[in-house]
Structure formats: structure tokens, C-alpha cells
Design a binder for this molecule. Structure first.
Ligand code: GRF
Length: 211
């Protein structure tokens, strides 16, 4: 494991509900020495989520927590808080986690929860962002990494990457073009946080130049 200059080594938790390609991209960046972090735990709210199997194959602890087995959202998130706390997690990384984060988790990890969304926010929040972009007729879309707040895809924006919408795109082709950029963007943002370069003032997030 390399350590790039002055960065603080971050202990990450990945919360994911599905495929897990962003998890894999983050783990690859760690293995290639581009990201001064480790993924201590992958947690899924879906028992069949492929991300669980991918984490196991990468030698990373992964657990399924069934939200339906708790009395409500606060109780479910309290269990998440306990799992994260037990592993001394610094930063919570949502990667295709299909739930709104509630106050229990937000209060424990203020400005320490990230999400990635496949559009140029604030356009096209929520589900099917790529199809929303096609239906609207925009010529550019992309991906956004932002801090999570109590709203849906509404927290302060950290970094974005734009991609063109091509004539003849369908949801699949546009999603694939955006996904390539998601896999680049997420590790870059996390590394900027590890290096202490990210500053938040209200909604405005600035990233100082690295050396
Ligand atoms: C990504 O498109 C991400 O932007 C969105 O959900 C998808 C997750 O994909 N939030 P994966 O599970 O990381 O492959």
C-alpha cells in the first residue's frame, strides 16, 4: 500500500444495494495505490445483491442487513451506526444504495457520507436518471459525487464529470458512457478527501489544488 504524501488513511464503508461496479472501481484504486484508504466493510440491504459476492471475492467483509427486520428506519440505521462504529469507519460511501439516508446515520456522520448519481445534478434526481436525461433531450449528461443530506440527491456537490449525449443513444448506451466516468470520479473524490483538500461552506464545496 502506498501513501501519497500527506494524506490521511481513510477507513471506508460501502453501502450498496446491487451490482457493485463502483465498489469494484474504488477497491481497484486502492489496490493500484491511487487511493489512500481501505474498505473495511460492505453492507447491503438486499440479500441477493451481487456486491456482497464481489466483496467476498476481494477478501472484504460484507454483511446483509435486512431493514424489514427492524421496527423502523431509526432502528435499522442505529444498527448500521453500530456496525460502522465497531470498524472505526471515517467515511460512508453510498454506491447504488437505494434508500434515503435518515437522521440517525446523518447525525453520526455529518459531511462524512458520499453518494454518486448518474446525472449532472441538480438535473434528473432519483431513479432512471439516464432515461430522464434522454427524455428531456439534453445534449450533455454525466455523473455527480455529493455529500449526502436528508433530501434525495440534494446534498452539496463535490465533483462532476460531463459526457455527451450522442444521437442514437438509448438508456443502456448512455448509462455505460456515464458509468466509465463514475468509476474514475468516485476514487478521485475520496482521495481528495483523504488528502484534506475538500472544504465545505454551506452548499459550496471547494477542492484545493494538490501538489
Ligand atoms: C450507479 O449508476 C450510481 O451512479 C447509482 O447507482 C448505480 C450503481 O451502480 N447511484 P453499481 O452498483 O456501483 O454498479
Amino acid at each position: 500500500m502506498s501513501n501519497n504524501g500527506n494524506s490521511r488513511f481513510l477507513r471506508l464503508a460501502v453501502l450498496a444495494s446491487g451490482r457493485g461496479s463502483n465498489f469494484e472501481a474504488i477497491q481497484r484504486a486502492i489496490e493500484e495505490g491511487r487511493l489512500d484508504a481501505c474498505i473495511c466493510i460492505v453492507i447491503s440491504d438486499q440479500v441477493e445483491a451481487p456486491v456482497l459476492e464481489k466483496a467476498l471475492r476481494a477478501g472484504i467483509e460484507s454483511i446483509y442487513i435486512n431493514p424489514a427486520s427492524f421496527a423502523g428506519k431509526a432502528a435499522y440505521e442505529q444498527r448500521l451506526v453500530e456496525e460502522l462504529g465497531a470498524r472505526h469507519v471515517d467515511l460512508v460511501v453510498l454506491a447504488g444504495y437505494m434508500r434515503l439516508v435518515g437522521t440517525t446515520l446523518l447525525e453520526q456522520y455529518p459531511q462524512r457520507i458520499l453518494n454518486i448519481h448518474p446525472s449532472l445534478l441538480p438535473a434528473f434526481k432519483g431513479l432512471d436518471a439516464q432515461q430522464q436525461a434522454l427524455d428531456y433531450g439534453v445534449k450533455w449528461s454525466g455523473c455527480t459525487v455529493h455529500f449526502v443530506d436528508a433530501g434525495m440527491d440534494s446534498g452539496p456537490i463535490i465533483m462532476q464529470t460531463a459526457v455527451p449525449v450522442e444521437d442514437g443513444d438509448d438508456e443502456e448506451s448512455l448509462a455505460a458512457r456515464i458509468l466509465v466516468e463514475e468509476h474514475r470520479l468516485y476514487p478521485r473524490v475520496i482521495q481528495a478527501i483523504a488528502r484534506g483538500l475538500v472544504r465545505v461552506q454551506g452548499r459550496r464545496v471547494t477542492i484545493a489544488a494538490g501538489d
